[in-house]
Design a protein around this ligand. Sequence first.
Ligand code: GLY
Ligand code: MN
Ligand code: MN
Length: 439
Amino acid sequence: MNHAHQVYRSRREALLASMRARSGGGVALVPTAAEVARNRDSTFPYRHDSYFYYLTGFPEPEAVIALVADPEGDRHVLFCREKNEEREIWDGFRYGPDAAREIFGFDEAYPISELGETLPKIASDRPALFTPLGLFEPWDRRVTDLLNEVRARARTGVSAPEEIVDVRGVLDTMRLVKDEHELALMRRAGAISGAAHLRAMRATHPGMYEYQVEAELMHEFLREGAQAVAYSSIVASGPNACVLHYRENNRQMNDGDLLLIDAGCEYQGYASDITRTYPVNGRFTGAQKDVYEIVLAAQLACIDVVKPGVAFHDYHKVAERVLAQGFIDLGLIAGPLDEALEKGTYKQFYMHRAGHWLGMDVHDAGLYQVKGESMRLVPGMVLTVEPGAYIRAADNVPERFWNIGVRIEDDVVVTQDGCENLTPIAPKTVADIEAVVGR
Ligand code: GLY
Ligand code: MN
Ligand code: MN
């Protein structure tokens, strides 16, 4: 087992320990994701399941792990595809059980084709079964069949697990606080994505199409070794910036437009999530600058409050306050501030939350609230900070603000006394942006 894979084994050990603490032992079965057909005989680029990968680092499809908290000791078991020279000539390398066991630090490994006959033995006489429930339908059926099969063997003296637990509960809690291995990967993901935004800014000029800017982002992601985008890139110019999940990316950009780009790469299984907004011609108009400075002030104020002990919802409240006051100052909504907050008039221009957990998934695992109480931040949690303002044409809005959409998004990790910005490379002050766009 190489050093990196010790990290994954330690996570499996932590899961096994919590299974013992909760249920006196049991077995955890965690499958990876299936390949997904795109059209005819083409598949989408393969993406492993995040829970499975968190526990294994194993990148191939058609794999399942069984972790057994046995009275005689823990067993880490992997099922994966067999070596197959013919298939490897066509589709590429596969580890096979023997190499996978060695490299990925398992005690036992078997061909995935033996799963059906082996699982009933592994799952017999265990107090509890921990597995994802409702994540993959074929897997749900497999789990039901497995339990029925073990029950059918009752006359041979074995019993089926009485307690069935969604393993994602424990894993979500673990995934919420990132370890050093994860933070190193997330820093790299953030650096690549930041450089991609910088590259996009430099390349942008009036007359270009949104997809041509998207190509600049992709160029940087791939040349720096990112495997994929963490989510579909939003490259939204002019009025498209006010469509929160715009993804056509096919408009020609005009002189005077703002361009909002929300894009981040996935690097070795970890997401980054950055938004920058800038003028296509490199110079903010007065109205664009007015709105931009308010969103930037809100974003900096939010980053300022991120530290251990603060409730997740508190930084959202900071965003609402700063934005609402800004909208009042611009004459977009009526004051005073407390009344605007109470009535929610600012929601015409700011209608989403200030951020979310970030990790293997862009909207990452982890609760935001427990028993009605907002989660409190602790070191190692990673979250996005992304206030915005979206001003559509409307009767109650002065025309100079129409179609201005601004969002500024960075990724931060909570530290002992504050937070560290994982995405500092992409410029975000007016002066820094004007110095690079189109140059
Ligand atoms: N890019 C998705 C989000 O910002 O939440
Ligand atoms: Mn985003
Ligand atoms: Mn986000």
